[in-house]
Design a protein around this ligand. Structure first.
Ligand SMILES: NC(=O)c1ccc[n+]([C@@H]2O[C@H](COP(=O)([O-])OP(=O)(O)OC[C@H]3O[C@@H](n4cnc5c(N)ncnc54)[C@H](O)[C@@H]3O)[C@@H](O)[C@H]2O)c1
Length: 396
């Protein structure tokens, strides 16, 4: 693929390292960024022939096949509309929009223009996530009851994130977008998110947006998702997921304490891992950040899908659903009520009923629980279907 990279900052460089770092046939051919100096530096670092501070010029360059959007949130819509105008495939970083209205306009525009669109939700492509999802899909966890995702760190690295107008929100939007899509995948993308309850506050930073938030998302089949986000967490980048089903549980720790622990007095290199707050003492380095954070699998899916003429796992539609859930979270944080998720566009199942929680033990009873005790007895706790009486049997 021949790529236009819009943005040469934090994520632009992660993306470029992933795209060009493994003797890849994919190449960045044009670069757009705001400042001439950083654009030129990026072009030198990644050996890109053409660089410009004019966004349209980078997109409309004749060599460009796909545009990779790595710009601040308030520039996503402008960039997407230019891709539509010039009929260039577009893959966008998260969050798609600053709100569902923006995301919906972008979704409708790319579909009307008939261009390929992908949503760069890297945390839905980490090796651990892909394996965990495969287990969930194969039924290893049974019926999914609860999926939780946590992303917390000490706060983002550029000024615009902290400006509520430019970013569109605080940690709910910046980090919650990952958590919503991770948990939505586990619960089932075809299941409708219906209501959100959210607590949010500004506990530490002198900003208008929230720097700490926790939310619950109810799905139509009775499953519940939970997100935990913070820009005030101390100790690095905490990325953890938990999934609970009727037949099993998954715990995934993606970044801290992944089995690689190191002590140093601080004599070596300064960089340990993304958002690590220290370079001495006991540290949690990450073996291959590009891979652990999902970037490699993500671009592979995007470009393989483009070549095959299929849809990638994550599209602008998914970005729009995520924005709609987060809009409800913002409303709930204000009203302190469960707020409905407004989805003008919904492509999943409709009217899914809650799964039954009743499991037959025999014709007259439901099973409550079976357990083998430490003294060797097998106990069965059952409920009479007619009387509702709970009793236990000991089987030897
Ligand atoms: N894991 C992830 O998926 C992930 C991680 C970080 C950031 N992001 C997303 O990537 C996007 C960019 O974030 P970032 O961390 O790379 O930001 P950044 O501030 O590090 O980089 C922004 C880039 O955009 C360019 N730019 C062009 N016009 C600009 C303008 N008017 N104002 C400011 N910058 C301008 C800057 O020059 C810079 O190259 C955001 O949407 C963010 O949410 C995604």
């Amino acid at each position: 693929m021949k790529i236009a990279m819009l943005g040469t900052g934090f994520i632009g460089r992660f993306y470029a390292d992933s795209l060009q770092g493994y003797r890849s046939k994919d190449k960045i051919v044009t670069i757009f960024s705001r400042k001439e100096e950083s654009t030129k530096k990026f072009a030198e670092d990644y050996k890109v022939a053409f660089h410009t501070t004019n966004m349209e010029e980078a997109i409309n360059h004749p060599e460009v096949e796909v545009v990779c959007l790595a710009l601040p949130n308030d520039l996503h819509e402008e960039a997407v509309m230019l891709c539509c105008k010039h009929k260039k495939a577009v893959i966008s970083t998260k969050p798609l929009g600053r709100n569902a209205e923006e995301a919906k306009r972008m979704l409708e525009a790319v579909e009307k223009a008939g261009i390929f669109n992908g949503y760069l939700e890297d945390l839905c492509y980490t090796p651990k996530f892909l394996k965990a999802l495969e287990s969930v899909k194969s039924g290893a966890l049974g019926r999914i009851l609860w999926a939780k995702s946590r992303e917390t760190h000490p706060g983002p690295h550029s000024d615009w994130f902290w400006d509520i107008e430019r970013a569109g929100g605080g940690c709910i939007l910046d980090l919650g977008c990952h958590c919503v899509e991770i948990t939505r995948n586990y619960i089932g993308k075809d299941i409708k998110p219906i209501e959100v309850m959210c607590w949010a506050d500004t506990q530490v930073k002198p900003i208008d947006a929230e720097d700490h938030a926790i939310g619950l998302i109810k799905y139509e089949n009775g499953s519940i998702a939970q997100f935990e986000t913070s820009w005030t967490f101390r100790g690095g980048l905490d990325l953890r997921d938990e999934v609970m089903g009727t037949e099993g549980t998954i715990w995934v720790n993606s970044f801290l304490r992944t089995g690689f622990e190191m002590f140093t007095t601080g004599k070596g290199a300064d960089y340990v891992a993304e958002k690590a707050e220290s370079n001495s003492g006991w540290l949690f380095p990450v073996g291959d950040e590009l891979n652990e954070l999902g970037y490699n699998h993500m671009f592979m899916d995007m470009f393989n899908s483009m070549e095959k003429g299929t849809q990638p796992r994550e599209t602008f539609y998914d970005g729009y659903v995520v924005n709609s859930v987060l809009d409800a979270a913002y409303r709930s944080a204000k009203t302190k009520q469960w707020e409905p998720v407004k989805l003008d566009i919904w492509r999943g199942r409709e009217g899914v009923s809650k799964d039954s929680h009743l499991q037959d033990y025999d014709a007259d009873h439901y099973l409550v629980k079976e357990e083998l005790t430490h003294y060797g007895a097998k106990k069965v706790i059952i409920k009479n279907k007619k009387t509702g009486k709970i009793s236990e049997k000991v089987l030897n």
